[in-house]
Design a protein around this ligand. Structure first.
Ligand code: PLP
Length: 433
């Protein structure tokens, strides 16, 4: 085990690429439930959940036990042989979808990361439809592979550096544009633009990628009317509807999947984050008749859906179901929103939004502009008092104005007293100038 001094030396050597902006200079020593402690001895309440991964909190003992047990029996076989954790997980998610009346004949392609799974869904959509173009929404975030970056429009920095290379790819991707004057994409207003686009291009478009609640774009839920219209339009033009549930899936929004808030039935579901119980795991669910359009060898992975990640994921999903964490997310989400809504109109807070435990608190300047500078100051003030949270919010044009919304994504099973302690720190931090 490293000492605090060892850690200081390692940090000084600057081993890690600085392209990733860590939230703090501290080094984690221990993480359990919703509490993270560091080598310096700082205790943090974690409202980031490992970026919406830890539905059951850090280090849940049943997930850890499942990992240990699986690692001791089969660690990795790749696609040499099928293995029970992956089969059981596919069976479990298929059953869940069926139980909730989302169709009965799902097949699964497991991968390692959300971004890879977005590429996977796009490859399948190309094969299945024979069409060559895609639609995504302004403010979307679908990941960091080159295709997923081209599909994303939330953070300027995510794609600007690669713009020249991405330009030809972007020629095949339409972004339905509806950024409001405040920089926030209003998904409900995008449907008229989508309808117009599809009148011209409908027969060339393989799929529309949507987030029922945008993540990086500012925690903006789509309205039910917009979702219904989206579904009608894609059906009408024979376009596949792909729901990106990588962040919102498996209970986070107070339903198993965020698309359930809209009453729509996507053709493909892309999932990730929580599904691995803290280990890297993601994938695509599609009806068998779509998956069958792939010929042998047209897609694959070495590590995707590996036994240990699947065992961890299966343990996590069983805990979510057994402990009613989906309804708990809904209940705690409403509780947090009720506590925060009275702040609207104070300290620059203009909106408190989101479903379940995927809550955004948007700040604006007195001139009605996205106040990313204050958001940053509030985040630092909260961190100094022992609360970690992330930020989100779409860019506007070429301005570097990305993060004007505070995002709160605690574990679904966070205890009420920890939530209250976090909210107290958060409210005090909002008072910072
Ligand atoms: C909605 C959404 N899609 C895709 C991704 C990319 O997933 P990953 O980071 O696992 O590649 C993310 C990650 O934050 C996400 O929130």
């Amino acid at each position: 085990m490293l000492t605090e001094n060892d850690v200081r030396v390692l940090q000084a050597e600057r081993l890690l690429a600085e392209v990733v902006g860590f939230e703090t200079d501290e080094v984690v020593r221990h993480a359990l439930g919703s509490i993270v402690t560091t080598y310096r001895g700082t205790r943090f309440i974690d409202f980031t959940g490992g970026i919406a991964v830890h539905a059951c909190g850090h280090g849940h003992p049943e997930i850890v036990a499942a990992i240990v047990e699986q690692a001791a029996s089969v660690l990795h076989v790749s696609d040499i042989m099928r293995h029970t954790p992956q089969l059981e997980l596919a069976h479990w998610i298929g059953d869940l979808l069926q139980k909730h009346h989302h169709g009965s004949d799902w097949q699964f392609q497991f991968m390692n990361s959300g971004s890879e799974s977005i590429d996977t869904a796009a490859k399948l959509a190309l094969k299945a439809t024979g069409r060559k173009k895609f639609v995504a929404f302004e403010g979307a975030f679908h990941g960091r592979t080159l295709f997923a970056s081209a599909l994303s429009r939330s953070k300027y920095a995510h794609w600007d550096a690669y713009e020249e290379f991405l330009a030809p790819l972007r020629a095949s991707i339409f972004h339905v544009n509806n950024i409001g004057g405040d920089g926030i994409p209003r998904l409900q207003d995008s449907m008229a633009a989508l309808e117009e686009l599809l009148e011209q291009e409908g027969s060339n478009i393989a799929a529309v990628f949507c987030e029922a609640q945008q993540g990086e774009g500012g925690y903006v839920p789509m309205t039910k009317e917009a979702g219904q219209r989206l579904s009608e339009l894609t059906n009408q033009h024979g376009i596949l509807l792909i729901s990106d549930e990588i962040q919102s899936g498996f209970g986070r929004t107070g339903k198993w999947f965020a698309f359930e808030h809209l009453g729509i039935e996507p053709d493909m579901i892309v999932f990730g984050k929580a599904v691995g119980g803290g280990l890297p795991l993601a994938g695509v669910a599609a009806q068998r008749d779509l998956m069958e359009r792939w010929k042998l060898g047209e897609h694959g992975t070495t590590f995707g859906g590996n036994p240990v990640s699947c065992a961890a994921g299966l343990a996590a999903l069983r805990i979510i179901e057994r402990d009613n964490l989906v309804s708990q997310a809904s209940y705690h989400g409403e509780y947090i929103k009720q506590r925060l809504e009275p702040l609207i109109g104070h300290h620059g807070v203009v909106d408190v939004r989101g479903n379940g435990l995927m809550i955004g608190v948007e700040l604006q300047t007195s001139d009605g502009l996205p106040d990313y500078l204050r958001v940053e100051r509030v985040k630092i003030a909260a961190r100094n008092q022992g609360l970690l949270f992330l930020t989100c919010g779409a860019n506007i044009g070429k301005l570097d104005v990305d993060n004007s919304t505070i995002r709160l994504i605690p574990a679904l099973n966070t205890h009420e007293e920890v939530i209250n302690e976090g909210l107290r720190i958060f409210k005090e931090a909002l008072e910072v100038d």
